[in-house]
Write a protein that binds this ligand. Structure first.
Ligand code: FES
Length: 111
């Protein structure tokens, strides 16, 4: 599912296919626009859960959107607690849904 704006009233028709970067999110390759933050890529592809809380396992995604609340943290390239609302995508980046406090250097599925 692609939820990107394709025809913006001010910017015009936006090219969503070329010159993008690819990030791998929970094993799925997603197309991203250069310079956008991880959260924007996830939202554009209809992803609504970024992490699960430590105690109750409740789903979370964006709340503040400016790097203050930590609701959007995910494991990025093996590093837990990365704020995806303020972290810019990079080609080949590996992003994983975080459970609880996350873990360094391994995936949440135990790899
Ligand atoms: S949404 Fe609050 S830190 Fe990212």
């Amino acid at each position: 599912m692609n939820m990107r704006v394709e025809d913006h009233p001010i910017l015009g028709v936006l090219d969503n296919e070329s010159d993008g970067v690819r990030v791998v999110v929970d094993g799925e390759a997603l197309q991203a626009r250069p310079g956008e933050v991880i959260a924007a890529t996830l939202m554009a592809h209809g992803r609504s859960v970024f992490r699960y809380t430590n105690r109750r396992g409740e789903p979370r995604n964006l709340f503040c959107g400016i790097g203050r609340c930590t609701d959007c943290v995910m494991t990025v390239d093996g590093i837990p607690n990365v704020r995806t609302c303020v972290t810019v995508v990079r080609d080949g980046m590996v992003v994983e849904t975080q459970r609880g406090n996350g873990a360094w250097g391994r995936c949440d599925d135990g790899r």
